[in-house]
Design a protein around this ligand. Structure first.
Ligand SMILES: CC(C)(COP(=O)(O)OP(=O)(O)OC[C@H]1O[C@@H](n2cnc3c(N)ncnc32)[C@H](O)[C@@H]1OP(=O)(O)O)[C@@H](O)C(=O)NCCC(=O)NCCS
Length: 197
């Protein structure tokens, strides 16, 4: 029997490239630039410098140069409804709580999961799950290795709106096989998964 809930929406995925840029940009624009104009630049080496327009231009430049790894999720109507960014630590150096992270750092992972985002009208319907699942498949195809995510604890905590789970919910990563490595903030953990080739 296939492991599919009959009424679960079905999603497709694609990488962010110059060809899919317009789909990504439409989702960012429909969500006011994401956090008022982040344009998903927070984890890239440049960080959140400049104006929202500067960030849009820099994100586009990364897309053109192939220095961004990001899975886009599409609904059945072909609309981009979410994404999950991933990359090497050099590609994504600006994680949250970096100082605490570095204090007890053993070995850097091969891969990091960076920004995760589902459009505000499409939440709690499995978009983020589809995004991270596709990221892990991309990583496997690229040779695998140690993957880190930095999600937020949701259990034993007051319920949180998705909007405040900036790095995603821990339960999602747990479900996909990640395990806690160490705590780097009151509600944020380093989680790790070894992906085989
Ligand atoms: C966090 C976020 C990515 C979740 O996306 P989503 O598509 O709604 O998540 P999914 O529907 O795939 O949920 C998968 C699992 O995550 C967990 N989850 C999702 N939203 C949750 C919430 N608000 N509280 C607790 N757990 C949650 C659940 O375990 C869920 O599994 P279930 O549906 O079987 O219970 C989304 O709310 C979001 O984009 N928030 C803003 C994040 C942001 O600011 N990104 C920019 C970063 S700088």
């Amino acid at each position: 029997m296939p492991d599919v809930t009959p009424d679960a929406p079905s999603y497709s995925t694609a990488l962010l490239t110059p060809d899919t840029w317009d789909d990504f940009a439409a989702l960012v624009e429909a969500n006011n630039g994401v956090w008022g104009g982040c344009w998903c630049m927070g984890f890239h080496p440049e960080g959140l410098v400049g104006t929202p327009e500067d960030r849009r231009v820099t994100k586009r430049a990364h897309t053109d140069a192939g220095t961004v790894h990001q899975v886009l999720v599409y609904d059945e109507g072909g609309r981009c409804v979410g994404w999950c960014q991933f990359g090497s630590p050099a590609e994504l150096p600006n994680i949250k709580n970096a100082k605490v992270y570095e204090k007890d750092l053993g070995e850097l992972p091969h891969w990091r999961i960076g920004c995760i985002f589902t459009g505000s009208k499409h939440r709690e319907r499995g978009v983020a799950r589809a995004a991270v699942t596709a990221v892990l498949e991309e990583i496997r195809r690229a040779g695998g290795g140690a993957v880190e995510a930095y999600p937020e604890q949701v259990e034993d905590r007051k319920p949180q709106r998705g909007a405040y789970l900036h790095t995603g919910p821990e339960t999602l990563y747990e479900e996909l096989g990640f395990v806690r490595d160490r705590q780097i903030a009151k509600w944020r953990w380093v989680m790790r998964l070894e992906v085989g080739a």
